[in-house]
Ligand binder design. Structure first.
Ligand SMILES: Cc1ncc(COP(=O)(O)O)c(C=O)c1O
Length: 428
């Protein structure tokens, strides 16, 4: 780990001054400087440019042009914006489209892959995967008559997954390997190329969920020979709540796989209104119904900002920021009973840091509802004892990190969390 000078605010301010991406923070709405937002890994901030862009689309494209807009750009919008995402994840422009949610996209691609791999009966995932991904896989197995089974790669320490464990579970029976590139709790980052090769060596297809890596970790889908991928756009891609997710299918597979949802937007010629479905010859076959044009629109300005900043610079800053946060945690928080739930090596770490503490939930409440004039810190809580601190290099500063850790220390040292109760809200 890189060394930092000391644990003082002055060092954080010096790191801010050295930060070549610092000016990108102004491109986002920061309505209250007293709020330190460390949840860009759940819902990214609103880019300033999105407001005018969306306003123009609402007023002009919807308000004035009405239905004519379908032939003036709406029909191709999923593909056009998909191409901008393709450039961020190392894919060809015609290999990525936006549609539906991550869960629905995972359903479409996993279902298609499992059927394609018949008669293989095994589906592999891991204990770190996002529950929705596991539920979707369980649902597919049920719908296909319970003749398949799901095997989960274990973790020895709840922080990383070792390659030997992966090798043990993937075998010649495996139809599909479906994993999150960066795990939502520990931030463990898989070596995409190595795992893809292991799956391919056994003849299995691979499907990566890029929700916690897209926009913050450089990804090379083509170079890594990846078959399928999905990912959400409201985290580091700042597309806004419920923004449509993306899906990727490797070119050679596009005509061999079939969506389980035969919607009209996946048909070769939706506006022929034929009575019999014929899947589109392109990736469009994985679309189902009418795309949410306003939400698609909201995503575009953020993608332009990310392209402008450059993913390698974003990753460089993300590594430096997670290193800095871990440096502070080791000194200031571990003596207070916190443990680090995230890998120490940046080579296997995404852009959030997971802190564990038996009182994690009440500590999060104390961060969000501070006494008096202190900063409000917004992290998120993940059961049973994780405080997730997301670092979004385009707008998180080093002083945000400094204050968050110092305040965490005070909350525990002075037992400020004790006045909060443990009742969970609907969304944590
Ligand atoms: C890794 C991962 N996969 C899937 C999902 C579910 O996404 P959606 O709600 O778009 O289906 C999430 C949501 O946070 C996630 O973190």
């Amino acid at each position: 780990m890189k060394k930092f000078k000391d644990y003082k605010l002055e060092t954080a301010l010096e790191l801010n001054r050295q930060d070549t991406l610092a000016s990108y923070r102004e491109k986002f709405i920061v309505s209250d400087e007293k709020v330190i937002y460390l949840d860009g890994n759940s819902l990214g901030r609103l880019p300033r440019a999105t407001i005018n862009h969306l306003d123009r689309v609402i007023q002009h494209e919807w308000g004035s042009r009405l239905i004519r807009s379908w032939n003036e750009g709406w029909y191709e919008r999923s593909n056009r914006i998909g191409a901008k995402i393709a450039a961020l994840i190392g894919a060809h422009p015609d290999e990525v489209i936006l549609s539906d949610s991550t869960s629905v996209n995972l359903y479409k691609l996993a279902h298609a892959a499992i059927r394609h791999a018949a008669p293989r009966k095994k589906v592999v995932s891991d204990v770190f995967n996002f529950p929705s991904d596991l539920y979707v896989l369980q649902g597919i197995i049920e719908q296909l008559g319970n003749t398949h089974h799901l095997d989960l790669i274990p973790s020895r320490d709840n922080v990383v997954i070792h390659l030997e464990e992966v090798r043990k579970v993937i075998d010649k029976e495996t139809a599909l390997v479906s994993l999150s590139h960066v795990s939502f709790k520990s931030a463990f980052l898989y070596d995409m190329q190595k795992i893809t090769r292991i799956a391919h060596n056994k003849g299995a297809l691979i499907l990566w969920d890029l929700s916690h890596s897209a926009g913050v970790v450089p990804i090379h889908l083509n170079q890594s020979d990846v078959d399928l991928a999905v990912g959400c756009t409201y985290k580091y891609l700042n597309g806004g709540p419920g923004a449509p997710a993306f899906l990727y299918v490797r070119k050679e597979l596009q005509q061999k796989l079939f969506s389980p949802i035969w919607g009209w937007f996946g048909d070769q010629k939706p506006f022929d209104f034929r009575l019999q479905y014929q899947p589109a010859k392109s990736l469009k076959r994985f679309m189902a119904g009418t795309p949410p044009i306003l939400s698609l629109t909201a995503l575009e300005p953020s993608l332009d900002i990310i392209h402008d900043a450059g993913l390698s610079k974003i990753r460089e800053k993300s590594i430096r920021q997670t290193e800095y946060m871990i440096f502070l945690i080791k000194e200031l928080l571990e003596p207070q009973g916190f443990t680090l739930g995230t890998p120490l090596s940046h080579k296997v770490r995404g852009s959030h840091v997971s802190l564990r503490h038996p009182e994690a939930f009440r500590i999060c409440q104390a961060l969000i509802h501070p006494d008096g004039s202190e900063f409000i810190i917004i992290p998120d809580f993940r059961e049973p004892d994780h405080i997730r601190l997301g670092l979004s290099p385009l707008y998180t500063s080093y002083s945000d990190i400094f204050y968050a850790i110092r305040i965490l220390k005070d909350i525990v040292k002075e037992k400020k969390f004790e006045k909060f109760d443990s009742a969970r809200q609907q969304v944590t």
